[in-house]
Design a protein around this ligand. Structure first.
Ligand code: TYM
Length: 360
């Protein structure tokens, strides 16, 4: 992960306590997609060895748009199973469901009272989504969504003590603005109420930060994309996976060359290939010189299938033992809750809420 454009400085591990990492993902589909995997989830797995890791399935964020309760329940478990199947280890990382730690909403309220209306209104994801849904379909929850995200992060702000007080947040490019808001809110809180929160650093992998749609290669690969043909799902069967890659939109040329402007489709496929195999784009250009798009796509399809098949199989197995899965999540919520409660005790005290912090 050496290519991460990390805003933090200094070594990753110093002192006796590992630096923290926190990230979240929405359970809004029956499977994660290739963009989630390359932009964020692969980093989550890598960072669990060097960091004190907290990863949450953000079901509270998933209800900011109209949802079906049974689907949400199912997708939350499928999300957790995929995280485990990708290599997250509950002994090394705390994996939990956001709604099981009520301090997330409590801190969100406090931070919401420090956020300007105009400031929240400038979030581009809100502007895009609300423009699509129209005024009546847009909820207040969608508007305050980034504030809840800031709470998700800052609750896990490391406490003073030995070790590096870093808080790293591995995400794709589309979350950059939300991370900047989180830093602003942390700074504002610290300024008004005394030093409490560490400013989080976004960890964004160059090259994989924005995987685009296979049918519309200038748009982000997204769960809300118009056509399923543009998205590769992690849990997809090999047949459709291969087909989607073979049918990915390219230009009319034949040359496998990275050209974002002129060859957006091929550029995206090269980015995916490079990230999955760990080879440079220049090496891939040399490998496929003069071979046309067919062989390139066929090899990429095989690589994607080989990457995701074991993850799909492990996910299905984990879902067979729902009680086991729920136990892992309950244990994660217990560990996350212990940290979150400590943070909230300090926050309550600093903000001036009487009594309760002292009573606990
Ligand atoms: P979400 O659920 O939309 O996406 C999860 C992660 O996947 C990344 N991602 C991508 N990366 C590269 N290319 C793409 N096409 C692509 N699509 C998605 C996202 O950047 C994200 O890292 N608001 C967040 C969830 C969240 C969160 C948090 C994240 C809630 N609380 C606290 C970090 C910390 C979201 O909707 O991500």
């Amino acid at each position: 992960m050496s290519e991460a454009s990390d805003q933090s400085s200094g070594p990753v591990t110093t002192g006796t306590v590992k630096p923290r990492v926190l990230s979240g993902i929405q359970p809004t589909a029956d499977s994660f997609h290739l963009g989630n995997y390359l932009g964020a989830l692969r980093q989550w797995v890598a960072l669990q060895d060097t960091h004190d890791a907290f990863y949450c399935v953000v079901d509270l964020h998933a209800i900011t748009v109209r949802h079906d309760p049974a689907a949400l329940r199912r997708r939350t478990r499928v999300a957790a199973a995929q995280l485990l199947a990708m290599g997250l280890d509950p002994d090394r990382a705390t994996i939990f469901v956001q709604s099981q730690v009520p301090e997330h909403t409590e801190l969100a309220w406090v931070l919401g009272c420090l956020t300007g209306f105009g400031e929240a209104g400038r979030m581009t994801q809100f502007k895009d989504k609300s423009a699509k849904q129209g005024a009546t379909g847009t909820t207040v929850g969608l508007f305050t969504y980034p504030i809840l995200q800031a709470a998700d992060i800052l609750l896990y702000s490391p406490e003073p003590g030995p070790g590096e007080r870093a808080l790293r947040v591995p995400v794709g490019e589309d979350q950059r603005q939300h991370l900047e808001l989180t830093r602003t809110l942390a700074q504002r809180f610290n300024h008004r109420f005394g030093d409490t929160f560490v400013l989080p650093d976004a960890s964004i992998i160059e090259g994989a930060a924005k995987i685009t749609d296979l049918q519309e290669p200038t748009a982000k690969m997204s769960k809300s994309a118009s056509s399923p043909q543009g998205i590769i799902d992690v849990l997809e069967e090999p047949g459709p996976m291969r087909k989607k890659i073979m049918r990915a939109v390219t230009d009319t040329g034949t040359e496998v060359r990275f050209d974002e402007e002129g060859k957006a489709g091929i550029a995206n496929l090269l980015r995916i290939y490079s990230a999955l195999e760990g080879v440079s784009i220049a090496d891939l250009e040399r490998r496929y010189e003069g071979s046309g798009y067919g062989r390139f796509k066929k090899d990429l399809a095989a690589l994607v299938v080989d990457t995701f098949t074991p993850i799909r199989e492990r996910t299905l197995k984990l879902l067979d033992d729902q009680d086991g899965l729920d136990r892992i999540l309950a244990d994660g919520a217990g560990r996350a809750g212990a940290v979150a409660r400590r943070t909230m005790e300090v926050v309550r005290d600093r903000v001036g809420f009487a009594g309760r912090a002292l009573d606990r």
